[in-house]
Design a protein around this ligand. Structure first.
Ligand code: SF4
Length: 322
């Protein structure tokens, strides 16, 4: 167990496996419990997504924040279908042979953004290793449709690693000009073979570097899940790696096991430990840091984007003043 990173003294002990080897549901600590999704806003968001045949990562990943986010009309659209070509040990999205790309999807994403009156939208996708460009051109079309239909909406994309076609994919997407480019490292490099077996840690880091090399004005963002058995110093190393790739924004949140078939939770990291990681990240020079048990890449993304922009302007003003 990765005890070094956790303040276990105040963490409730999760139930372990029984002697007969059968998995037992792990009890979540109080700070993880969230409100059930019941409000009017939630139902309106749900209906809109259904009407426009859009998938969301909020539902597919069984995100614990769905009640809060959808009530506020904040959803993360998942393009390129709901079937992924990878099978990561932490992720709830279906694996298999994906269907054809929906040509109406870019337009429908733009309609959803317009109807919800979004100031900021987050668009992500499944991995599409089956497509020659990994799905990059669909990201480009979505960005173009959004710029056309809702020019005031700022755009954040959260992409896969575009394995073996990363450079042309990143170039095409950067040319389309998203405001924020997010790509998650997900966990520390040591845990990649079990948690993210289809991906390579250093390839993901290079992707983030490539975005900045292509357009330094695009904000870059990346996140990791805690509670998978990582050690404190390994998390610090990931922060250093991200900083050396000039990543602007780091997110850290608690990993939750979506089903008993997925990787188990090794630690419930306390809110205090998350705050400590957040302070260290700030000291390492990130423009923006989100670190709490319920932090997800897209949680409060709009407000965080506004803060990050202000932080960059303040930093530039300081540099100019010297
Ligand atoms: S945190 Fe992100 S994925 Fe979760 S409900 Fe909110 S918008 Fe959706």
């Amino acid at each position: 167990m990765g005890g070094a990173m956790n303040d276990l003294s105040s963490a409730p002990t999760p139930d372990g496996a029984k002697d007969d080897g059968r998995p037992v549901r792990q009890r979540k600590p109080d700070w993880i419990r969230v409100k059930a999704p019941v409000g009017k806003g939630y139902h309106e968001t749900r209906k809109l997504m259904r009407d426009l045949s859009l998938n969301t990562v909020c539902e597919e990943a069984a995100c614990p924040n769905i009640g809060e986010c959808w009530e506020k009309k904040h959803a993360t659209v998942m393009i390129l279908g709901d079937v992924c070509t990878r099978a990561c040990a932490f992720c709830n999205v279906k694996t298999g042979m994906p269907r054809m790309v929906d040509p109406m999807e870019p337009e429908n994403v733009a309609v959803a953004a317009g109807e919800m009156g979004l100031k900021h939208i987050v668009v992500t996708s499944v991995d599409r290793d089956d497509l020659p460009d990994g799905g990059a051109s669909q990201f480009v079309k979505v960005i173009e449709a959004l710029r056309r239909e809702t020019p005031d909406t700022t755009i954040e994309i959260l992409t896969p690693d575009f394995r073996n076609k990363m450079r042309p994919a990143v170039e095409a997407i950067c040319e389309a000009g998203p405001d924020v480019y997010n790509h998650n490292l997900e966990t520390v490099p040591r845990l990649y073979p079990t948690i993210r077996p289809g991906a390579r840690y250093y390839a993901s880091l290079r992707l983030l570097e490539e975005v900045k090399a292509h357009d330094p004005l695009i904000f870059t963002k990346s996140g990791i899940m805690l509670g998978l058995g990582e050690q404190r110093l390994e998390v610090h190393q990931v922060m250093d790696d991200m900083r050396s790739a000039d990543v602007d924004f780091i997110t850290m949140g608690q990993y939750l096991q979506p089903t008993p078939k997925h990787a188990r939770v090794e630690d419930f990291v306390t809110p205090k430990a998350f705050a400590a990681f957040g302070s260290i990240a700030r000291a390492k020079g990130f423009l923006q840091v989100a670190s709490s048990p319920l932090t997800r890449s897209s949680y409060h993304a709009g407000d965080d984007f506004a803060e990050m922009k202000a932080a960059r302007e303040a930093k530039l003003a300081r540099t100019d003043g010297k």
